[in-house]
Design a protein around this ligand. Structure first.
Ligand code: HEC
Length: 200
């Protein structure tokens, strides 16, 4: 009898655990601590890479760089799948921008550039709890990268280029994101009619 009631109690606890899990947002989405501090996802390299670029720059006078930055954008798998279905980002989306330095190919190669060591890691998150529903995060310099970071203030700007938010809202093809540089997703957005009205 005692054994049966212990078994029942265990089943009950397991059922509560399952139902609590079902109430949580997608488990691969953004994780927060201390309110709005975004935890740096350690496994983002297991996520779909939606775009990569070499030497894209919005700084005036950037010109041709000898060692241009190599950037890759990763998105949490459940939001990636949702985008393929709808052409839009669901709530709890996290896009990670990985910045690497680059080097010119050496012997036996004769041309080309390839990514090398990490130069920075930033994120763009869609979460209805955040003011405006979106926020940017930067975990700081590579050598002292933090495990979690507070949102970048909405009015933060880069060297006279305007704020992060302004450029993304004005020029991003889908919502606040630069889907025009993520070719497979741009095809989806065109097919689903989710490219912003003013975007050319
Ligand atoms: C003048 C325009 C401009 C400004 C200002 C700007 N960005 Fe971006 N951002 C871009 C472009 C273009 C891309 C896509 C190209 C790429 O992969 O590098 C991008 C992509 C990103 C992404 C990848 C996800 C996405 O939204 O598409 C993140 C994260 C990001 N930027 C963070 C920031 C942060 C943080 C700031 C402010 C400190 C900032 N950006 C300011 C133009 C801008």
């Amino acid at each position: 009898m005692k054994r049966i009631s212990v078994a029942c109690a265990l089943l009950y606890v397991a059922a509560i655990a399952v139902s609590l899990r079902a109430q949580q947002p997608s488990s691969d989405g953004p994780q927060f601590v201390n309110g709005n501090e975004l935890v740096r996802p350690v496994n983002y390299r297991e996520w779909p890479c939606v775009g990569s670029s070499l030497g894209l720059s919005y700084l005036q006078g950037a010109g041709t760089q000898s060692a241009p930055p190599f950037t890759s954008v990763f998105v949490n798998p459940s939001s990636y799948r949702a985008f393929l279905q709808s052409g839009q980002w669901p709530d709890h989306t996290i896009l990670v921008l990985e910045i690497r330095r680059s080097a010119t190919a050496a012997s036996p190669l004769t041309a080309g550039q390839y990514p090398t060591e990490l130069g920075g890691l930033e994120a763009h998150v869609k979460d209805s709890r955040l003011p405006g529903g979106w926020a940017f995060f930067n975990w700081g310099p590579v050598r002292s990268m933090k495990a979690s970071a507070a949102p970048i203030p909405q009015d933060a700007s880069i060297q006279g280029e305007g704020t992060c938010v302004d450029c993304h809202v004005t020029h991003g093809a889908v919502e606040r994101t630069f889907v025009q540089f993520y070719p497979q997703l741009m095809d989806v957005a065109r097919a689903k009619g989710t490219v912003k009205a003013g975007f050319r």
